[in-house]
Design a protein around this ligand. Structure first.
Ligand code: FAD
Length: 469
């Protein structure tokens, strides 16, 4: 049985079925997809979570594993522009989703950084494939797994005594480049004060292997997985909420019923499900959706609004506060996904990386203040609209991710770096005390983000198969 039908849970269900196991997926809501499931408001389609899609081969591999042609289920369109950058006080600039075209742009806007940029990419080139084999091929279990060639090779290429920020500052002078790179450690729950060279993998993938848009929007990914799962014979039950484990492979629902199975793969955040104590939550997001009744020009699909004082913003974020000023990612999907907004209208999604649902941040009481800070930053970039052009506004804060999706204190990556498995890796997909339970999703290995949770579906199934030969 799989508990939770997020992309991680769906991937686990497919992999479990491919082993020949009977699979029932139970899910608290009325649909599949979790944070990647689209939601609707006033005729607009909204993505509550993921919007930047990389590594399409990871999803395609799931269909191939089932002997299917991936394109019959899911098609990806490559994007030319990785992100349009609105750096305060300067004209918007498009960063291409391709290394050599990006170098042309850097030659113009940051010529002194071109050599370091190339050196960074060349440093990564030979070790990414072995690293993928070491970390995406199977989970890291024992300290001896650190000796896997791909991990060793990667580790040896980077100074273990420096932190991510010092590394970036040592390479790049350009404020735009530094601001662009500073954000990536947060995508794996780290900060730029950590030794986090692995955070370079995301921009590396964007520049080397491209950024994509799934036809039909991000929601097309869980829909395609659900389609395949149903074809394979996976069954689904909606409206079932896991409350707590009550046996080796049994749990109590919020209605008080007990449900058991031969084994359980849990897509509920591992910290929430196991009620682990004393863990410090990693990062979360504060987001705003706007439906506008006008076509807002000047935007690309992915946009980044960077304030001139971005260093203060990142420093406050990585010290555990709401970033002041905020660095705002803006996603406008309607141009590529006509269903996302009614004709002539604009669907906007602003995402700001923030600390989790910590009491001192007082999300409930300060929501409006945080919202105004984000809106002010977007307006400063030259993008604006009148109040009467807003059809709706929707706010999500870390409390939303805790309550609606079960993320521990709203954190999306499990615990902070120092409390990770071997102080480096996300939590394990297995439980040594409960061999009939396994875990899948953003809180466990190989990590958060849609490609990683897709891989973690296979990790969880393999963990169960290993523990129950
Ligand atoms: C604002 C935001 C932006 C993001 N941007 C990106 C991005 O650009 N690119 C990217 O790749 N990733 C991005 N991510 C991360 C990505 O969304 C997650 O890593 C991924 O969706 C997690 O998948 P999952 O299957 O682990 O969890 P979820 O999607 O949360 O799925 C968990 C499922 O379990 C169900 N569930 C939870 N608790 C219970 C319970 N008690 N009982 C029964 N069912 C339960 C939920 O309803 C849900 O269906 C973003 C996330 C957010 C929030």
């Amino acid at each position: 049985m799989v508990v939770g039908a997020g992309v991680g849970g769906l991937s686990a269900a497919i992999h479990a079925r491919l082993k020949g196991w009977d699979v029932l997926v139970v899910e608290q809501s009325d649909r599949c997809g979790g944070k990647a499931a689209g939601i609707e408001a006033c005729g607009f389609q909204l993505d509550p979570g993921p919007s930047i899609i990389i590594l399409p081969e990871v999803y395609n591999d799931v269909f191939r594993a089932a002997g299917r042609t991936p394109e019959s289920y899911l098609r990806f369109q490559p994007l030319n522009t990785l992100s349009r950058v609105f750096f305060e006080g300067e004209d918007p600039l498009d960063l291409p989703a391709d290394q050599s075209v990006c170098e042309d742009v850097l030659r113009r806007i940051a010529p002194n950084d071109l050599r370091a940029f190339r050196a960074m990419m060349s440093k990564l080139d030979p070790c990414v494939a072995p690293l993928e084999k070491a970390v995406f091929g199977s989970p890291v279990q024992r300290p001896t797994d650190m000796m896997r060639p791909g991990l060793m090779q990667f580790g040896l290429r980077f100074n273990p005594f420096t932190n991510y920020k010092r590394m970036i500052d040592g390479w790049f002078e350009s404020p735009l480049l530094r601001a662009f790179f500073y954000g990536f450690p947060s995508y794996s729950g780290q900060t730029y004060h950590d030794n986090a060279p692995g955070a370079l993998l995301i921009p590396y993938y964007m520049l080397k292997r491209g950024v994509y848009f799934p036809e039909g929007g991000v929601r097309a990914i869980p829909r395609a997985f659900e389609h395949l799962a149903r074809e394979l014979g996976v069954e689904f039950r909606f409206g079932v909420k896991f409350e707590e484990f009550v046996g080796p492979a049994a749990f109590r629902t919020s209605e008080g019923d007990q449900i058991g199975a031969d084994a359980i793969i849990c897509n509920v955040d591992k910290i929430t499900a196991t009620r682990a104590e004393g863990l410090k939550p990693s990062m979360s997001y504060f987001t705003l959706h706007w439906g506008l009744n006008k076509a807002l020009g000047g935007l690309e699909h992915h946009n980044l609004v960077i304030p001139r004082q971005f260093e203060a913003g990142f420093e406050s974020l990585y010290r555990g506060n709401f970033p002041k000023p905020p660095i705002v990612y803006l996603n406008a999907t309607a141009r590529l996904d006509p269903e996302a907004a009614p004709p002539g209208c604009t669907n906007l999604f602003a995402v700001v990386t923030v600390p989790a649902d910590l009491p001192e941040l007082n999300w409930q009481a300060r929501r409006d203040e945080y919202r105004d800070a984000v809106l002010a930053e977007v307006r400063r970039s030259g993008l604006s609209w009148r109040d009467d052009e807003v059809v709706f506004e929707r706010v999500q804060d870390p409390g939303t991710f805790a309550q609606a999706h079960g993320n521990y204190m709203g954190s999306l990556y499990g615990p902070v770096q120092s409390q990770r498995h071997l102080s480096l890796f996300p939590l394990t997909n297995w439980d040594p005390n409960h061999p009939r339970r396994a875990y899948v999703g953003g809180s466990v290995q190989p990590g958060a983000g849609l490609p990683m949770v897709t891989l973690s579906g296979r990790f969880a199934v393999d963990a169960l198969a290993r523990a129950n030969p």
